[in-house]
Design a binder for this molecule. Structure first.
Ligand code: URA
Length: 240
């Protein structure tokens, strides 16, 4: 693949902008400066540096963001900054999308990718990839509430009751709720339908992939092949 095309595919701008960057001596390949945009390179495993930052060629991008509160999962946010503002520009430019949405005040695991098939597998209710939430509730949890969440609650616009894969009390006010799908405001609506109210919501895990404890709120990292396997691991292989 020509070097300028590698840059273009990784989100470094138009054909013209990528050629110019290389001509200007701003790009190095495997550690050596390279000012020929048309040089042929093998993209597999290629390391390249643009304006001093080093990148590895990736056919598709798979990312994890520890979503902080106060960010909207939209390119055109209405009241808060966009989660895309927390990612480096080339990743946004290459077209990564949120894998499902979290509310602006929800924190935790937020995935991004530019692989449409992966996004579909993650969010399709038919695939049943578990989403694990920790919800702090306004009222103390009751056995009846947990039973209702497990057996199914009625939500507006849903023809049948919606049940959690699992619901457990972590303490008097904190619920862990595991869902097979990602309907609009699903946790808040299910908890409301069960007679309580969510005060704070955090997504702990998707599939068997839990938020790494060393990733601070607002930070992102690449997902590796082990992470991707864990994400697609079917319920009940969620982390303990
Ligand atoms: N359910 C909700 O109600 N909100 C979220 O952000 C995610 C799931």
């Amino acid at each position: 693949m020509k070097l300028y095309r590698v840059l273009q595919s990784q989100g470094f701008g138009s054909r013209k902008a990528c050629r110019l960057r290389i001509n200007q001596g701003k790009v190095a390949v495997n550690g050596a400066l390279c000012d020929d945009p048309d040089i042929e390179v093998d993209p597999a495993g290629l390391e390249f540096t643009v304006d001093g930052a080093t990148w590895r060629y990736r056919e598709h991008a798979y990312l994890l963001l520890h979503k902080p509160a106060g960010y909207e999962c939209s390119h055109h946010p209405s009241h808060h900054p966009s989660v895309f503002a927390l990612l480096p520009a080339p990743l946004v430019e290459r077209g990564v999308q949120c894998v499902g949405r979290l509310d602006q005040d929800t924190t935790g695991v937020l995935l991004f990718s530019d692989d449409g098939q992966f996004i579909h597998r993650m969010i399709s209710p038919k695939k049943g990839v578990a989403k694990v939430y920790r919800a702090r509730c306004a009222e103390p949890l009751t056995g009846a509430m947990l039973d209702a969440l497990r057996t199914g609650v009625r939500l507006n616009d849903e023809p049948a009751p919606v049940a959690a894969l699992a619901a457990e009390a972590l303490n008097a006010h904190t619920l862990r709720l595991t869902l097979a799908e990602g309907k609009y405001h699903q946790v808040r609506r299910m908890v409301a339908a069960a007679g309580n109210h969510v005060d704070a919501l955090h997504r702990e895990a998707v599939g068997a992939f839990a938020l790494p404890p060393d990733l601070p709120a607002g930070a992102w990292r690449w997902l590796d092949t082990d992470d991707l396997k864990r994400l697609e691991q079917p319920w009940p292989s969620v982390p303990s």
